[in-house]
Design a protein around this ligand. Structure first.
Ligand SMILES: C[S@@+](CC[C@H](N)C(=O)[O-])C[C@H]1O[C@@H](n2cnc3c(N)ncnc32)[C@H](O)[C@@H]1O
Length: 329
């Protein structure tokens, strides 16, 4: 998975077309999304007491689309203090504002908002399957996509499975999340103070997918997740295990609830507007359609939002959100 997605020579995410050439994330779906992140950033700034430099770290930044949108949405006072970082393994795209720091390392010692949209599902991990004798074995994949059982799962992976994803039914699969948990902990460790938000397809321990969730995408279609560099390889994220190692105040909800709290709603404009100001009506109708896509429960709205505070209070807009659950380590 590591080689297939990120090899300098031929890794899927090094391809020139970028993620948007293969699937549609919330960032691509509508500028309302970067507007909501800008609003959240404003609340983080407030909670941090308006520091002289406010970082916005976009982890797994794709082609910098989210940062470009946030830069366009924030007011001049905040923009002056904003330090936008795009953390990305792919090369810097042309046309991005000079203000954006393009780096393959998460910055350290910064204060602000760390935001990772659809990053964790692409952190390489191993998959295991329970055999006929109830033994959990690594799943091996040949280059042509053929799967076969490998050696038994041991060590840190076995401990992780026992705690976070116990499975004993023959054929059941486990996506071994320890490397992903470590990757998130390392990234959040770069925040001196601030809010870390991960947005992704997610599940909790009570609700793991019996046969796993590993899948592939190529050119807008779901395909078999063959790790040959021609398609995305992605697995849904165990948010409870990701949150646990940090022992921070951790909250999770759905994207629908989070975006609503940040002012994104799918209500259609009043019909009367169509005759009084048809252009405004059409614009409002378009925005309502985009908001509906971002908040649709069976689509992007069903994604999980994991928010963790590092030496700061929960930002205003997210306080008292009805869907929030507190995750205990
Ligand atoms: C699914 S895309 C999401 C892009 C963007 N956040 C969006 O929502 O449109 C995941 C991105 O994370 C990047 N990525 C994965 N692992 C990374 C790492 N360790 N450091 C930096 N970027 C990484 C990939 O190259 C890819 O561009």
């Amino acid at each position: 998975m590591e080689q297939a997605l990120y090899a300098e020579d031929g890794g899927f995410y090094r391809r020139s077309e970028g993620p948007a050439g293969h699937f549609r994330t919330s960032v691509h779906a509508s500028p309302l999304y970067s507007g909501a992140v800008a609003r959240l950033l404003g609340d983080v700034d407030e909670a941090l007491g308006h520091p002289a430099e406010l970082a916005l770290v976009d982890l797994g930044a794709g082609r910098g689309e989210l940062l470009a949108g946030v830069l366009a949405a924030v007011g001049p006072e905040l923009a002056d203090r904003l330090r936008p970082y795009a953390v990305e393994l792919a090369d810097r795209p042309g046309g991005l504002s000079d203000r954006v720091v393009w780096t393959d390392r998460v910055p350290e010692g910064v204060a602000g908002l760390l935001f990772a949209n659809e990053w964790l599902d692409n952190v390489p991990l191993d998959v295991a399957e329970v055999d006929e004798d109830g033994v959990l074995r690594y799943l091996e994949v040949a280059e042509d996509g053929e799967e076969r059982p490998g050696g038994p799962v041991t060590g840190a992976d076995a401990q992780w499975a026992a705690r976070w994803w116990p499975a004993d039914e023959p054929g059941a699969r486990v996506e071994l999340g320890a490397p992903r948990d470590a990757a998130w902990a390392a990234a959040v460790g770069g925040l001196e103070r601030g809010l870390a938000v991960a947005v992704d397809y997610a599940h909790l321990r009570a609700d793991r997918p019996l046969f796993g969730s590993l899948t592939g995408f190529r050119a807008g279609r779901e395909v078999r997740p063959v790790p040959d560099g021609t398609c995305d390889v992605t697995a849904h994220v165990a948010f409870d295990s990701v949150a646990a190692p940090l022992a921070l105040h951790s909250l999770w909800t759905t994207q629908r609830e989070a975006l609503r709290a940040l002012g994104v709603r799918g209500a259609r404009p009043a019909l009367a507007l169509a005759s009084s100001d048809p252009v405004a009506y059409l614009r409002a109708l378009g925005a309502a359609g985009e908001a509906a896509e971002l908040t649709e429960p069976s689509g992007l709205g069903g994604f999980g939002w994991l928010a963790q505070t590092v030496r700061m209070p929960v930002p205003q807009a997210l306080r008292g959100l009805p869907g929030w659950q507190t995750l205990t380590p």
